[in-house]
Design a protein around this ligand. Structure first.
Ligand code: FAD
Length: 504
């Protein structure tokens, strides 16, 4: 269906998103640039919901080398060492950047699974994301060179020399924002699973828009399942932060047995992929038992966990809380260099939608807020000095949108069936084929546009998971075959998926 494009405006930089990555870029760009920050949701982002904190080796006996080693270990051999090195060494500066913007970090860092030492910096107990975002949003509102818009990305416009603008949906109409510099900070795709911890709007649409514009995307088989989502509500499930296990909480089965040691010698302190896999393999309901933590410490350090449980009718001081793994973080995404730059001139990606290479096959806890700040600052540096041809395009009078798509519930069913914690080749293949042949439904064109895009992403995820026959990091094949797992699968529109090695 042809939709009228109602208005247009031009900006030096357009940033899509309103989480930690987008706001960091916006606040780090020079004040003489005219910037638009566009997002479909404000205040409801993974960044606002982040609990545990920000990882940074800021004080002895910890050091950058140990943080690098832990990050690489979690990544299963698929992390990009240069990117990890940069992120970790710039972590103390990222903490200082946030502190300068008004975030008050608590005195001592905590410890989380996969980290050899305590290095997780908290603000406002276990509501670190909300504390950070509140400080950053105050600063955003004080900037006169920033325009904050509500809207959903439809398409990235390009010419043969690079980015020329973005097409945005707002209130059932489409508008073109002209620019030669676009930053995508649209978060992950975990809203595609029935059980997820992120906002349901996380459908990976920024990743698909970049792919359609010609950007390389990759590592799409890797999705992290958080082991301790509280199994007491519908999705999005409330998270019991990993810091609880760092503080001494146990995971037990219906008989009260700490069964994780049957699966990994690190027990509760094993990385997320291992704990989620153990919970999914162990029969019966799993529980998080926080009674080993001193009551005063629990209520002082984890107030939002205690309150959330009580609101759901459970008192964690006296009773173990039922938990389940839930889709939590998208490791794959838009392939970027060390400044967030993509293979398209003028297109950048930062935060969870990016595939900077720091997480490899499995993200280390609390490295994600860090990634958003470090690479957000680096992207701003690059943007400030880069110049791209002015690709001013004529204002199109209309754009074409589909009117039929596979429903979201059908897509979620495919994802749950084939892309769970353990995957199996023939199920992935059957699901991929069924999705390709699936009946579509009539719907509103803007909604159809989203679901067609989500379906395109799911298809690539299925292809990536089917192609990787070995198990590594968060990708476990129950029918695994011996394979050299040290490659990354990348997709470029119009070409066959390619296996590449990206190490340094
Ligand atoms: C419950 C929870 C707890 C977590 N705890 C931690 C933690 O303690 N430490 C840690 O390091 N990480 C944590 N994470 C992960 C971390 O919060 C995220 O990876 C990180 O915040 C992502 O930031 P971002 O800016 O890239 O994206 P997000 O914060 O997800 O923001 C994405 C933005 O893009 C917008 N958007 C998306 N699609 C479109 C579109 N098509 N058009 C327009 N706008 C769009 C959204 O509305 C949103 O504003 C947690 C995640 C969750 C869900």
């Amino acid at each position: 269906m042809q939709i009228r494009v109602t208005s247009d405006d031009s900006f030096d930089v357009v940033i899509i998103g309103a989480g930690i990555a987008a706001t960091t870029v916006a606040l780090s760009l020079p004040a003489n640039l005219r910037i638009a920050v566009v997002a479909q949701c404000r205040g409801i982002t993974s960044s606002h919901w982040a609990k545990g904190g920000v990882a940074a080796a800021c004080q002895s006996p910890d050091d950058a080398d140990q943080h690098i080693a832990d990050t690489l270990q979690a990544g299963g051999g698929l992390s990009d060492r240069v990117a990890v090195d940069l992120m970790v060494r710039e972590a103390p500066a990222a903490i200082a950047f946030l502190s300068d913007l008004g975030v008050t970090f608590e005195g001592l860092p905590g410890r989380e699974a996969g980290h050899a030492l305590p290095r997780i910096w908290h603000a406002n107990g276990d509501a670190t994301g909300a504390a950070i975002m509140s400080a950053l949003e105050k600063k955003i509102l004080s900037k006169t060179n920033l325009v904050v818009l509500t809207g959903s990305l439809i398409e990235i416009a390009t010419s043969n020399t690079g980015v020329s603008g973005v097409l945005i949906e707002n209130d059932n109409s489409a508008a073109l924002l002209r620019t030669s510099k676009v930053v995508l900070a649209t978060g992950g795709a975990t809203g595609l699973w029935s059980y997820h911890t992120s906002p349901p709007t996380n459908l990976g649409l920024g990743i698909v828009a970049a792919y359609r514009a010609g950007a390389i995307v990759g590592d799409l088989e890797f999705t992290q399942f958080h082991p301790t989502a509280i199994a007491l509500s519908a999705s999005p499930l409330v998270l019991a932060t990993e810091a609880l296990r760092g503080a001494g909480a146990w995971i037990v089965d219906e008989d009260g047995k700490r069964f994780l040691f049957d699966y990994d010698p690190a027990g509760e302190l094993a990385t997320r992929d291992k704990v989620s896999l153990a919970i999914s393999r162990h029969s019966g309901q799993a529980y998080l038992d926080t009674r080993p933590i001193d009551e005063c410490e629990l209520t002082a350090k984890f107030p939002s966990f205690v309150n959330a449980c009580r609101e759901m009718g459970f008192d964690p001081i006296s009773t173990p809380v039922p938990i389940r793994p839930a889709a939590h973080y998208t490791m794959g995404g838009i392939v970027t260099g060390t400044y967030g730059e993509t293979n398209i001139a003028g297109l950048y990606a930062v935060g969870e939608c990016a595939n900077s290479g720091v997480h490899g096959a499995n993200r280390l806890a609390s490295n994600s807020l860090l990634e958003g700040v470090v690479f957000g600052r680096r992207a701003a540096l690059h943007l400030a000095s880069a110049s791209f041809p002015d690709n001013a395009t004529a204002h199109p009078s209309s754009c074409s949108l589909p009117t039929r798509a596979t429903s979201l519930s059908r897509l979620m069913h495919s994802v749950d069936t084939a892309l769970g914690i353990e995957r199996e080749g023939s199920t992935i293949k059957t699901t991929r084929e069924a999705l390709a042949a699936d009946e579509t439904e009539d719907m509103d064109p803007f909604l159809a546009h989203r679901y067609v895009a989500a379906s395109e992403l799911v298809t690539m995820m299925l292809e990536a998971a089917e192609s990787r026959v070995g198990s590594v990091g968060s990708h476990t094949r129950s029918d695994q075959q011996p394979e050299d797992t040290l490659y990354r699968l990348q997709f470029l529109h119009g070409s066959k998926a390619q296996r590449v090695r990206r190490f340094s």
